[in-house]
Every structure is written in structure tokens, then in C-alpha cells.
Design a protein around this ligand. Structure first.
Ligand SMILES: [Zn+2]
Length: 113
């Protein structure tokens, strides 16, 4: 047991959760470990709520990414999903019309139609 465990509660004002390590509760300790800053001004739960409000980005599988960078057609469902998400984003940014979008979509789905 270290000197830390003498305090039974988190040292962040207003937190009141049980002490875990370094004077922090589990959540504040996790923040401190992750970033070096317990961010006492950010209420617990606010980060998770903010993350939940944002859509989860589609992350490329390394193999899928490699194939995409080489301009190879997607081979798995995952890759096609990724490519379509990519397509929709580009279409929105570049303002494609429906025909352009369908053409690009056919390229992505190519061979499976
Ligand atoms: Zn705390």
C-alpha cells in the first residue's frame, strides 16, 4: 500500500468517487494515465456523451487500405462498405450528380452485380 491509499476519495473537487490511485478515482486516474491530465473541469460522463453523439468513423482494415491505395477493387464486404462510405463522402464534397455517383458505385461493386 502506498501513501496514496490513505485518502479514500478522489482529490478532484466535487468528484467524491472512491480513491483508486495517485489521488484520483478510477475515471480521473484513467484520464491522467491516458493524457497526463485528469481534466477535473470536465465532468465524468461528458466525454462519453460527446463521443456517443458523434458517428463512429469507419476505420480501414490495413489490408483493405493497402488494396485501396493500389487502386484495386474491394474484395470483402468490409472493403466495399468502406469504399461506399468513401464514395458518399467524396460525392458530397465534390457535388457529384446521380449519374457520376452510380458510375463510381458500379466501379466499387464491380464484378458483384
Ligand atoms: Zn474523480
Amino acid at each position: 500500500m502506498s501513501a496514496d491509499s490513505k485518502s479514500t476519495f478522489c482529490t478532484v473537487p466535487g468528484c467524491g468517487r472512491p480513491h483508486r490511485a495517485r489521488g484520483y478515482c478510477r475515471t480521473h486516474y484513467a484520464r491522467w494515465r491516458a493524457s497526463g491530465d485528469a481534466r477535473p473541469e470536465v465532468p465524468i460522463g461528458a466525454v462519453r456523451r460527446a463521443q456517443a453523439a458523434e458517428p463512429t468513423p469507419v476505420v480501414a482494415h490495413p489490408v483493405a487500405l493497402k488494396r485501396r491505395l493500389r487502386g484495386l477493387p474491394p474484395v470483402s464486404r468490409h472493403e466495399r462498405l468502406l469504399a461506399l462510405a468513401d464514395l458518399a463522402e467524396r460525392a458530397g464534397v465534390e457535388g457529384w450528380d446521380a449519374r457520376r455517383f452510380e458510375r463510381e458505385q458500379a466501379k466499387v461493386l464491380g464484378g458483384r452485380q
